[in-house]
Design a protein around this ligand. Structure first.
Ligand code: AVI
Length: 363
């Protein structure tokens, strides 16, 4: 098994360093540590104090909470359960599609490709892809949760004979790409799971642009002119009833996934919100092209948070999450606005889910 190196993203004076400046930053902030038998190369990502973010969201005209709050240990477990409920077609449809197309994706990447996975998950889909890649150079999982990252990186290193170089970072901000032992002919980014749908359209465009930059930059001439690829899995627009059912499952697992955020605020931040005063519902919002998950206030009440009194009026809602859906044409347009071109797109027979292979527009 290869040793696992952890590269943490760099932060200087409270500001993330852009992708262009990353290599200068690496030499300044790099740290090497050994933990649990793993070698960790560390840069510390900085996050905004959570309470500040929560207060900002709950005092805005339209109340909202950061969607990332869903993913503590219990929330991640609930998300795994969501993936199994009958109504949530996304996970099983994508997995079946990946079984069909991972060989074609491996061919599209070619030899000596470094696979980068933002928001890594040691998933079966990643296994399929790595197993299909001819002579991959390295696997670079990127995640903001250090523990989860190390766990998944170790699992992948156990299952594949490949150098695994985890990066502890907020992938939305740009981060360093570690150097690896093997010669790298190209880079590919794998962004599955319809995670792109959890960003607004404009955020998704800038994320794709960041990915496009990451696969094209040539920090130390390691890339030899082979076009990199960005592979994105996204959920397609379909019958409204099916989309809404996927987020309002009869067992109430998705509702619990959202109530868990309220419990977290009480437990971790001392924000005394009471889940019993809210009702969960997810609705298709046509002009946003998204399922919007909200907690609706059942009865008016006020809660004090760090010296600020926040009033919740009966009938108003806290916006919890957006899950954007795209037609293949809409996604192609989004890619083009981000400097990428859609080389190929695969969907399942019903057209429920799509995997797009994007390349830089200008190579
Ligand atoms: C992770 N993400 C793509 C899921 C989605 O479909 O938006 C999160 C989720 N929220 C409720 N159900 C699933």
């Amino acid at each position: 098994m290869w040793p696992v190196l952890l590269l943490e993203s760099c932060l200087r004076n409270g500001v993330y360093v852009s992708v262009e400046n990353i290599f200068e930053c690496q030499s300044e902030n790099e740290q090497l540590a050994v933990q649990d038998g793993l070698q960790l190369l560390e840069f510390a990502p900085q996050q905004r104090p959570l309470l500040e973010e929560v207060l900002e969201g709950l005092t805005a005209e339209e109340k909202s909470l950061p969607a990332k709050l869903h993913y503590d240990q219990r929330g991640s477990m609930l998300f795994e359960q969501i993936c199994e409920v009958d109504e949530y077609y996304i996970t099983r449809t994508e997995l079946a599609l990946m079984r069909e197309i991972s060989g074609a994706l491996g061919d599209a990447f070619g030899n000596g490709c470094m696979l980068i996975e933002p928001g890594s998950g040691a998933s079966l889909k990643t296994d399929l892809l790595l197993a299909s890649m001819p002579d991959p150079a390295a696997y670079v999982p990127v995640d903001i949760s250090r523990d989860f990252l190390l766990e998944s990186a170790t699992a992948i290193a156990d299952r594949h004979d490949i150098e695994v170089l985890p990066v502890w970072a907020d992938f939305t901000k740009g981060h360093p790409i570690p150097a690896c032992e093997a010669a790298v002919r190209s880079r590919a980014i794998y962004f599955p799971g319809s995670t792109v749908g959890n960003f607004s359209r404009s955020e998704a465009a800038s994320l794709l642009r960041t990915f496009g930059t990451m696969i094209q930059e040539q920090p130390d001439d390691e890339l030899s002119g082979v076009a990199g690829a960005v592979v994105v899995g996204f959920d397609c627009k379909k019958d409204q009833g099916r989309m809404e059912a996927a987020y309002n499952d009869a067992e109430g697992v998705t509702a619990e996934f959202n109530y868990n955020v309220i419990d977290r605020l009480a437990g971790e931040l001392g924000v005394a919100l009471d889940r019993n005063k809210f009702t969960f519902r997810a609705d298709w919002v046509e002009n946003e092209g998204a399922i919007v998950s909200r907690l609706w206030v059942d009865e008016s009440h006020s809660v004090e948070m760090a010296g600020t009194v926040v009033t919740f009026e009966s009938g108003e809602a806290i916006r919890m999450e957006e899950s954007h859906k795209y037609t293949p044409d809409e996604f192609e347009l989004l890619a083009e606005e981000s400097g990428l071109t859609m080389e190929k797109i695969w969907t399942d027979d019903a057209g429920d889910f799509a995997v797009a292979c994007l390349r830089p527009l200008s190579v």
